[in-house]
Ligand binder design. Structure first.
Ligand code: FES
Length: 182
C-alpha cells in the first residue's frame, strides 16, 4: 500500500458523524464492516478527497474493525485516494474500448497540456490525471470520470474545453442529489 507522509487534519464533524450513523443504520449493529465502502466515500469526500493512514485508522475505529481491513479495501479500489489529489481529477478509462478509441493519446495529450505525468497533480493543486480500468461506459468511448460525472466521446478539443471550464469554475463535481456536503 502506498502510504503518504503528508499530514492530514482529521475532522469527523457532527454532520459527517450523522451521515455515518445513517449509513450504519442500514446494517446489523454487529456488522458495521458492511458499511465500509460508503463510509469511506463519505469520509474521503469530507477530507479533501483523500485518505491518510491515520484517517483510515479512524474509520477502522468507527466501524470497530482492524485497520488492515480498511487498508486492503482502500488499496484495491481506484476511487479511494491514498495521497492528496487535485481539485479536478481526470480519471481516464484506458481499458479495451477506450484504448481502441485513443485513450492513451488523450491521456498523453492531457498530461502534456498540464505539464504532468499520469498519476501526478499540477503544482497549483488543480488537476490530477490518472488512468483507470473500465468505468462501464464503453459505448461512449473514449471517456473519463470527473467527480460524479462521466465525460464521454472525448476528443482533444473536448479535453481543452473541460480544462478551460474547470479553470473558470464552471464544472460541477457532484450531482444535485449527492449526499456529499458541497
Ligand atoms: S472500456 Fe472504457 S468505459 Fe469500458
Amino acid at each position: 500500500m502506498e502510504v503518504s507522509n503528508i499530514h492530514q487534519e482529521i475532522n469527523i464533524t457532527p454532520a459527517l458523524q450523522a451521515r455515518i450513523d445513517e449509513l450504519l443504520s442500514h446494517y446489523p449493529a454487529d456488522k458495521k464492516k458492511s458499511a465500509l465502502l460508503p463510509v469511506l466515500h463519505e469520509v474521503q469526500d469530507a477530507h479533501d478527497n483523500w485518505l491518510s493512514a491515520p484517517l483510515m485508522d479512524k474509520v477502522a475505529e468507527i466501524l470497530e474493525i482492524q485497520p488492515i481491513e480498511v487498508y486492503e479495501v482502500v488499496s484495491f479500489y481506484t476511487m479511494y485516494n491514498q495521497k492528496p489529489i487535485g481539485k479536478y481529477m481526470f480519471e481516464f478509462c484506458r481499458t479495451s474500448c477506450c484504448a481502441l478509441r485513443g485513450a492513451e493519446d488523450l491521456i498523453d495529450y492531457t498530461c502534456q497540456k498540464l505539464g504532468i505525468k499520469p498519476g501526478e497533480t499540477t503544482p497549483d493543486g488543480m488537476f490530477t490525471v490518472v488512468g483507470v480500468e473500465c468505468l462501464g461506459a464503453c459505448g461512449y468511448a473514449p471517456m473519463m470520470q470527473l467527480g460524479d460525472f462521466y465525460k464521454e466521446h472525448l476528443t482533444k478539443e473536448k479535453v481543452d474545453q473541460i480544462i478551460e471550464d474547470c479553470r473558470a469554475g464552471k464544472i460541477d463535481l457532484h450531482k444535485q442529489d449527492s449526499y456529499t456536503e458541497q
